[in-house]
Ligand binder design. Structure first.
Ligand SMILES: *Cc1c(COP(=O)(O)O)cnc(C)c1O
Length: 374
């Protein structure tokens, strides 16, 4: 096949599955043989393994990443009358969870280099109703947690880490999700650690939060049909626990490959005028869930790459404060100018652990050719 014909998908779950085929089949068979479908021993096994991986005291499996965030907010007692600070440059699940808890969303703009919440802007957004900050470790790079933790401590706020894109990433050596009061993960199939269906998880060192979230995810009950708190069906599926146990063993290796792929892209594109490649902060070990560059004619570049059999993504085309669903928040263009500017320029290039050097070379060559012809 000629290089020009080579397809470069944005994401390819199939190649990874092929390499795990027998192990996955065996793990699913065990779930069937034990009829352990909702929660149960396979979920518990994964919880222990994931806690050890994160170097956290506890981990709990839940239904998805949105459940993880909602359960965390609710378990911390956050609800009506409270405000929660986060960034408009995230997937909407972050703010869905805030609204589900009953609290109000308060946005703070992002840092233009890391695309994460700008700690310098947080304090001016705090009111007497503020209860928590949700930093989002976007694209796989942790937010700058030290100043965030300092502000939280000073004002008596909780910190809930949205680590749904940052499985295995590190902040000053510590795993993403383990620095705040609680860390939330999504195991949606396309994430760095992805289930084969819907799943999510939380990590914390706080045993009380663990007890409350165990009840929350199981209809608010500790004893069957004795519902002592508000709850939900937020359990992890047994099959997903088994799949995640198999896949967790390879996560560091896969993340290492993502980092190598990012380095290759950086080598090809880093010095090209008109392209801003991702910057790894000096405190971070970035796991490149998403490899995003910034260019001027983003939409045209995307169309041009599409014609060359290269699929890209945009994360995200509309910052949350400008979404129709949040019209009643009263924001408009100009409210969070850095997030807005980035949303017009970002384009996510193909990124997954099994991406080949030839594929990266092809994508880079085509990006360069487009930029050169501008
Ligand atoms: C994927 C994701 C979520 C939500 O996860 P689901 O499992 O889809 O509910 C939350 N926050 C961020 C930043 C995400 O990328």
């Amino acid at each position: 096949m000629k290089a020009t014909e080579m397809k470069v998908p944005y994401l390819d779950l199939k190649v990874q599955y092929e390499s795990l085929r027998d192990e996955i089949a065996d793990s699913l068979q065990q779930v069937l043989d034990n009829t352990a479908f909702a929660g149960g021993p396979f979920v518990e096994k994964f919880e222990k393994e994931f806690a050890a991986f994160c170097q956290s005291k506890f981990a709990l499996g839940v239904g998805n990443g949105t459940d993880a965030l909602w359960a965390s907010l609710t378990a911390l007692g956050i609800g009506q009358g409270n405000e929660v600070i986060t960034t408009p440059n995230t997937f909407i699940a972050t703010t869905e969870a805030i609204l589900l808890s009953g609290a109000k969303i308060v946005f703070v703009d992002i840092d233009e280099v890391t695309y994460n919440i700008d700690p310098a802007l947080i304090e001016s957004a705090i009111t007497e109703r503020t209860k928590a900050i949700i930093p989002v470790h976007l694209y796989g790079q942790p937010a700058d947690m030290d100043p965030i933790m300092e502000i939280a401590k000073k004002h008596g706020l909780f910190v809930i880490e949205d680590a749904c894109q940052a499985h295995g990433a590190r902040y000053k050596g510590r795993r993403a999700g383990t620095i705040g009061d609680i860390g939330c993960f999504s195991f949606y199939p396309g994430k760095n650690l992805g289930a084969y269906g819907e799943a999510g998880g939380i990590v914390t060192d706080n045993p009380q939060l663990v007890e409350t979230i165990k009840m929350f995810r199981d209809h608010g009950q500790r004893k069957k049909y004795h519902h002592s708190i508000f709850g939900w069906n937020g359990r992890m599926d047994g099959f997903q626990g088994a799949v995640l146990s198999v896949k967790l063993k390879y996560l560091d290796h896969w993340n290492e490959n993502r980092r190598k792929n990012a380095e290759l892209y950086n080598n090809f594109l880093g010095d090209v005028e008109g392209i801003i490649t991702p910057a790894q902060a000096e405190y971070a070990e970035h796991v490149y869930h998403i490899y995003t560059i910034r260019v001027k004619n983003r939409d045209k570049l995307m169309a041009s790459l599409g014609e060359k059999n290269i699929s890209c993504g945009i994360h995200y085309p509309i910052p949350l404060h400008l979404q129709d669903a949040y019209r009643d928040m009263g924001h408009s263009k100009g409210s969070f100018s850095v997030a807005e500017k980035c949303s017009e320029q970002v384009i996510s290039l193909p990124m997954y652990p099994e991406l080949s050097e030839e594929q990266i070379e092809k994508v880079s060559r085509e990006v360069k050719a487009f930029i050169g012809n501008q």
